[in-house]
Design a protein around this ligand. Structure first.
Ligand code: NAD
Length: 419
């Protein structure tokens, strides 16, 4: 059956709902439904076997109303125009909900990074930056890592942009290695923000962290750090997964051992991980486990109309972008399952990216302690604001987050006026 799910439709519906609750006439917020700029690019790459392959990609700026567009670049075979549009829009609302002076953008290349050699990936990355160079820059649009990209890829992006400009421009991308203008704590920032969010949620519900069980889908940058940190906070991580499937131990997994296994070789997959008492389960089974907190940290559309009625977690914290469809949202809400939305829960990455950009522009360097402390302040403040408005207006936390974000972006636009 063809996959008819379009994440951008989700964006439009949520924005309409928030705007109607805010009492905005369509003319005041219609701009939010249209990305400001969209660029489709193609990149020929000489492959290691001498053949030439053409890759396609995108960079989309959803909004620059509150500041430069900000958002990651995804390397994944499933990248497509509507997905990048939705991811760009989510960045606009994410930056607004945590109140950092950015708009939203996103990029992607249709490729499987695991099938490319380092040289091929480097060449593809440099060409992509050359193609999107007219759109990006420290004051226009600042890319960052996302699924399939990491600090190494960001270093290549910074190098390619700098070569085009004729001088080093550290502030043109974030998520760079520490020795190249990167910030201490960035690689852990998204997962750390998720951990703060889980702590805030459990505290609001009067639950003891050490009694909480957690299942995490996805053990990449976000999922693995989340697993490490919630484990360190005393929670019992009973299941984790990656693209190959999941592992489950109701008594709690040995998270440090799993992280060491995944670190050993980036190609290591959980399907090959062995330890006493663990059961191998599918991603679908992981999502339906009876746990306190379910943390989807992989891709979009994981909790949908097909499985929402079978979700047994008491709470869902969206570490991934768009893991839950709106149909599923309604089903979960009716079933009393509380969900903390992506634009709040996974904002830690963009917050620390913002710190990195500020540092690069000011040519200074914060300690990791300061980075983590400032991140906590911003995440706690945003959580409190979303929690309060959702309770005041008797809405879900997702609607609460969008009430704050849509209001901030719309007021900024109305304040600027129509050019
Ligand atoms: P990553 O590439 O480092 O990891 C992705 C993980 O998901 C891997 O473990 C992979 O095996 C797994 N995965 C891939 N396809 C899957 C599938 N079909 N089923 C189950 N698991 C699958 O990516 P990441 O940076 O950790 O990003 C994960 C999510 O978090 C994405 O939605 C991303 O947009 C979002 N996010 C990332 C950041 C960041 O700072 N990296 C910030 C905010 C949000």
């Amino acid at each position: 059956m063809p996959n008819l799910y379009n994440p951008y439709d989700n964006v439009l519906k949520v924005v309409d709902h928030a705007a109607s609750l805010l009492g905005y006439p369509e003319k005041d917020y219609a701009f939010l439904k249209y990305p400001e700029r969209e660029l489709k690019v193609s990149m020929p790459v000489v492959m290691d076997d001498g053949s030439i392959r053409i890759f396609e990609g995108f960079r989309i700026q959803h909004s620059t109303v509150r500041g430069p567009a900000k958002g990651g670049v995804r390397f994944h075979p499933g990248v497509n125009h509507d997905e990048v549009k939705a991811l760009a829009a989510w960045m606009t609302f994410k930056c607004a909900v945590v109140n950092i002076p950015y708009g939203g953008g996103k990029g992607g290349i249709i490729c499987d990074p695991n099938e490319l050699s380092e040289r091929e990936k480097h060449s593809l990355t440099s060409k992509y930056i050359a193609q999107i160079a007219p759109l990006i820059g420290p004051e226009q649009d600042v890319p960052a890592p996302d699924v399939g990209t990491n600090a190494r890829v960001m270093a290549w992006m910074m190098d390619a942009y700098s070569m085009l400009k004729g001088h080093s421009v550290l502030s043109c991308v974030t998520g760079k290695p520490i020795g190249l203008g990167g910030i201490l704590g960035r690689s852990e920032a998204t997962g750390r923000g998720v951990m703060f969010t889980v702590n805030n949620l459990l505290a609001k519900q009067g639950l003891d962290r050490t009694q909480a069980s957690v299942a995490i889908q996805g053990m990449g940058n976000v999922g693995s750090v989340t697993a490490k940190l919630v484990h360190e906070e005393g929670m019992c991580v009973v299941a984790v997964s990656d693209v190959s499937g999941g592992i489950y131990d109701p008594a709690g997994l040995d998270i440090p051992a799993i992280l060491a296994y995944l670190r050993e070789n980036p190609k290591n997959l959980l399907k090959d991980f062995t330890a006493p008492n663990i059961q191998h389960i599918s991603n679908a089974e992981l999502l339906e486990l009876d746990v306190t907190v379910l943390i989807p940290a992989a891709l979009e559309n994981q909790i949908n109309a097909d499985n929402a009625a079978r979700i047994r977690a008491k709470y869902i914290v969206e570490a991934a972008n768009g893991p839950t469809t709106l149909e599923a949202d309604d089903i979960l809400h009716e079933r009393g399952i509380m969900l903390v939305p992506d634009i709040l829960a996974n904002a830690g990455g963009v917050v620390v990216s913002y710190f990195e950009w500020v540092q690069n522009i000011q040519e200074l360097c914060w300690t990791e302690e300061r980075v983590n402390g400032e991140l906590k302040t911003i995440m706690d403040t945003a959580f409190e604001a979303v929690w309060s408005i959702a309770h005041e207006k008797n809405t879900t936390l997702r609607t609460g987050a969008y009430l704050i974000a849509v209001k901030r972006v719309t007021e900024a636009k109305l304040g600027r006026g129509i050019f």
